[in-house]
Ligand binder design. Sequence first.
Ligand SMILES: Cc1cc2nc3c(=O)[nH]c(=O)nc-3n(C[C@H](O)[C@H](O)[C@H](O)COP(=O)(O)OP(=O)(O)OC[C@H]3O[C@@H](n4cnc5c(N)ncnc54)[C@H](O)[C@@H]3O)c2cc1C
Length: 401
Amino acid sequence: MEKRELVVIGAGPAGLTAAIYGRRAGLDVLILEKGLAGGQINITDEIENWPGVPHSTGADLGRAFKEHAATFAPEFRDVAVEGLEVREGRKIVVTEKGPIEAGAVIIASGASFRRLGCPGEAELIGRGVSYCAVCDAAFFQDVEVAVVGGGNTAVEEALYLTRFASKVYIVHRRDAFRADRIPVDRALASEKIVPVYDSVVERVNGTEMVESLTLKNVRTGEISDLPVEGVFVFVGTEPNVSFLAEGQLRRSRGGWIVTDEKMETSEEGVFAAGDVREKPLRQVVTAAADGAVAAMSAYSAVSEEQYLDGLLLKPDEVVALFFSSIDEEQMRLSSATEAWAAERGRAVVVVDGYRFRRMSEKLGVESLPAALLLHRGEVIARRHVTVPGDLGLLYDRSLER
Ligand SMILES: Cc1cc2nc3c(=O)[nH]c(=O)nc-3n(C[C@H](O)[C@H](O)[C@H](O)COP(=O)(O)OP(=O)(O)OC[C@H]3O[C@@H](n4cnc5c(N)ncnc54)[C@H](O)[C@@H]3O)c2cc1C
C-alpha cells in the first residue's frame, strides 16, 4: 500500500496552508482534492479581509494559494476521498483511486452552505446573493437587503447587517424565529429589521445584480415582490464529512469535527483544520491559521512516532516503561523510574502511553503503567509496575538471554 508521512484532505485555504507548513517542516505531503484547489472562495467575487491583500477576487486568491503551496512541491492529487480507516493506530485514507497509509492525516474538507435552490440564486452568487455577512456586508452600505432563515445564524447575521444596510428584512417560513431569545429580542427591537414571517423565496430576480425577491406566503399562497439589492441565505451550513462513518471522530451537533487547540481530533494522528471543524468563525484567515497549527502538530506526531520507532523498535534489547501523563501517581512513577535506572547505570525508555496510544496498541499494552522488555521490536516480557524496582526482573531476564 502507498505510504505517506502527511495526507491532507482538501485543497482550500486550510489544506493549502497545511501543505506549505508541512513541506517547510520537511514532511512528505500528499494533498487530495476532488474539485478546484482554493476551495469555497473560488465562488466569491470580492475578498477584502485577507490581511495584506486589500482587494482580490476569490478565484485569484485561491489560485495564489495554490501557486504558493506548489513552490514547496507537495504532491497534488485530483481525487475524492471516500473513507478514513483507523485500525490498530494505522491511518488509511480511502480514495476512489485506492487506499493510502498516512503517518498523519489533516482533514481540511471545508463546509457547504445549504442553498435555497430557487431560480436566480446560483446565477447571482457574488452579485447580491451571499452566504456570509462578515464577508460581504460591507458591500451593502445604505441599501435594503434580505436575510433568509430563522435560526441563530440568520438572526445574528441580520443584526450584523444593520451596521451597513438601511433596512434588513428577515424572510422566514414559520410564524416565529427558531433562534435563541436574546438575539431574537435584539433583532425585533432594531428599527432596521423587518420580519417577513410565513414566507419562502420563490425566485431571486435581477440581470447583472440582485434587484428583488419573489416571495410566497405559505399560509395564503399570495405572491409578492420584495425589492432588495442583496440577499443573505442562512438556511444551514454543513461540514463536508460524508467520507466519515457515523459516529467516527468526536463531533458537535451538526457534525462539525471537534478538535483541541492543536487541531487534533479524538483520534491520535488525525487532525482537522478550517471550516470542517467546530469553531466560532469560518473565514479564510481562520482556516489558514488552523492549517498552519494542524501541520505543525502533524509534524510533531510524525516525528515523535519515528523517534519512538527508533528508540523502541530498532534496538537489540530495550526496557521501557509506559505510563499515563494524566495520572499524577504514574507521573511520579515515571520520574522515580528514570532516577532508579540512572543510579544503577541501566537504560530505560519512558513513554507516555496515554499520549502515544498508537505505540501502546502496537506493543499490546492494555493498561498503564506497564513495563516491557523488547528485542528488535518484539515483546519478550512484560509486567505491571507499582514501584521502579519492579523493572528489575526485566533487566534480569535480559541478562539471562
Ligand atoms: C460565497 C462565499 C463568500 C465568502 N467570502 C469570504 C470572504 O470574503 N472572506 C473570508 O475570509 N471568507 C469568505 N468565505 C468563507 C471562506 O471561503 C471559508 O471560510 C474558507 O474557504 C474555508 O477554507 P477551508 O480550507 O476550511 O475549506 P474550503 O474552502 O471549503 O475547502 C475545502 C476543500 O476540500 C475539498 N473536499 C471536500 N470534500 C472532499 C473529499 N471528500 N475529497 C477530496 N476533497 C474534498 C473541497 O472540494 C474544497 O476544495 C466565503 C465563503 C463563500 C461560500
